[in-house]
Write a protein that binds this ligand. Sequence first.
Ligand SMILES: C[S@@+](CC[C@H](N)C(=O)[O-])C[C@H]1O[C@@H](n2cnc3c(N)ncnc32)[C@H](O)[C@@H]1O
Length: 274
Amino acid sequence: MTSSTADTELKARHRKMWASGDYPLMVDTFLLPLGPRLVDAAGIGEGMRVLDVAAGTGNASIVAAQRGAQVTASDLTPELFDAGRARAQSEGVELDWVEADAENLPFDDESYDVVMSSIGAMFAPHHQDVADELVRVCRPGGTIALLSWTPEGMIGALFRTMGPFAPPPPPGAQPAPLWGSEDHVRELFGDRVEWGTLERDDLDITAFEHPRDYGEHFKGLYGPTIVARGNAVKNGQEAEFDEALNNFSDEWNRGTQDDARFEQEYLVAVGTRA
Ligand SMILES: C[S@@+](CC[C@H](N)C(=O)[O-])C[C@H]1O[C@@H](n2cnc3c(N)ncnc32)[C@H](O)[C@@H]1O
């Protein structure tokens, strides 16, 4: 198999994974605050040309369009666009929806004022390729704005919990939560981006009554959890997987048994492209 065939197959698997479950419902349940958080940090306003990479259902894109920007929402998984279009319509904004791999963007050099990604580009496996593409399509003096789960935070820990059950990552793939490390971001972009903001914050989650409802939500709706659990089932490790996810949900609960609360740490990185 050539490396480009292998990559096409890998991306097809990733697309299928993100189209599985019900990611739009996860956004509605607890992820909505991330869109305005990133758009505000990026200083997006009237007339700016904005590219959202790995936009999903447009959580950040739709807010950017509401601020008067001309927005392209791009993603590997066009199955998510229907939910995004419906939300954009109900919010009264229009944007372009384009199928695109973050590692090989179908956009011209220096064609956007702002290139952003909210917990999105971090999931493409080859980090340096993504960083190079984000820089390429951003105009000099433009803004690169990223919001990423941190390795030390709850989603970093979720991926460590699921890792032993998941199919082995392909050679060369890097773990997604590394994008939440300040050092990793600095290294990927070098002197091509001057970072004005590199700050950590928490997404507060109060949508679940009992702690283990959190794990159940991910088991039913979140592509990476569905894939890891499917592999565990195939290997006869279903009970171990469920126990690990239950323990994880209990461990990260910051509320009570009947009123759960979780904090998912993320890094906001906003910089100017040289
Ligand atoms: C956790 S979702 C985030 C979606 C959205 N940005 C949000 O804030 O809700 C991750 C997204 O990354 C997309 N994705 C994964 N790998 C990708 C790749 N190689 N290129 C572009 N998008 C990718 C998935 O399709 C999915 O929509």
